[in-house]
Ligand binder design. Structure first.
Ligand code: PAF
Length: 282
């Protein structure tokens, strides 16, 4: 396994081991790797000759300083986990300086309105930060395929939009959500939950599944009311948003249209730790 901390070293290594036809798979991460990340790496290994994994907690996508400070940083453990999948992975773990060169600011993007819904509404500037880092990483790694988990479904659409608008030659692939045995979506933030909170957080996916069931016969408004009532009864949990949206435009569902695909999105705080999840509804 090769580990690089600077883009110069990474690029010179990639140049020496690839040519114009080498398929390079790329899995961008912020570390604190879990089985969901490892499944992305496995998928990348199946489809590419070289696989690069980046580990970088990107400051510009955090709108909350405490969230950034508390984000788990577990580089040694992450490297050990990657090794269990394959010893051939190329890891890029840069410093903030290597990425931002003294100017730790986001570029501003227009994602055709995708950025104004849900995560974008509650985390101002978040998607400018995501767009900035993903674009920069794509420019450095020049991947053929890049892999993103569907838990961050809005992020996945935004990255696809950024790639299309900037004509970046990379195939962006969404991969299924990995869940704990109790249904909780795997997330690096789960590391911060106590065992009790982790067990209780099963309610998030359980509620999404009930919402899916209800959506077959009820309006989006009625389903949202059910979810709001469910979390009002849970004093450990604070519902930030629940939204049923068009899976392509992310516009909220006001009146159901049989021709459209819908998805439910949720963000919940458990003791100040923010968890998100999503489910396809039809
Ligand atoms: O999903 C994440 O972990 C991050 O948003 C990403 C894509 C690695 C960019 O920092």
């Amino acid at each position: 396994m090769r580990i690089f901390n600077t883009q110069n070293e990474l690029v010179s290594h990639l140049t020496s081991v690839s040519n114009a036809t080498t398929a390079i798979g790329f899995v961008p991460t912020m570390g604190a790797l879990h089985d969901g990340h490892l499944s992305l790496i496995q998928e990348a290994l199946l489809q590419n000759e070289l696989v690069v994994v980046s580990i970088f907690v990107n400051p510009t996508q955090f709108n909350n300083a405490e969230d950034l400070a508390k984000y788990p940083r577990t580089l040694e453990k992450d490297i050990a986990k990657i090794k269990t999948v394959s010893d051939s992975i190329i890891v890029y773990a840069p410093s903030v300086e290597d990425i931002y060169k003294g100017k730790t600011v986001s570029q501003h993007f227009d994602f055709d309105g995708l950025e104004n819904q849900m995560e974008g509404r509650f985390r101002p500037g978040h998607f400018d930060g995501v767009g900035t880092i993903v674009k920069r990483l794509f420019e450095i790694v020049k991947p053929t395929h890049a892999y993103f988990g569907e838990k961050d479904f809005q992020q996945l659409l935004i990255v696809k939009k950024m790639v299309a608008k900037n004509k970046i030659p990379v195939n962006v692939i969404g991969c299924p959500i990995f869940r704990e045995a109790n249904g909780l979506a795997m997330s690096s933030r789960n590391e911060r939950l106590s065992e009790k909170e982790r067990n209780e957080a099963a309610i998030i996916y359980k509620t999404l599944k009930e919402a899916k069931h209800l959506f077959a016969t009820k309006s989006a408004q009625e389903v949202a009311e059910f979810v709001t009532r469910t979390f009002a009864d849970q004093k450990e949990f604070e519902l930030e948003y629940f939204q049923i949206a068009d899976e392509t435009t992310l516009q909220p569902c006001i009146r159901k249209n049989k021709a459209k695909k819908y998805r439910a999105f949720i963000a919940v705080f458990v003791n100040n730790i923010r968890l998100i999840d999503t489910i396809s509804l039809n």
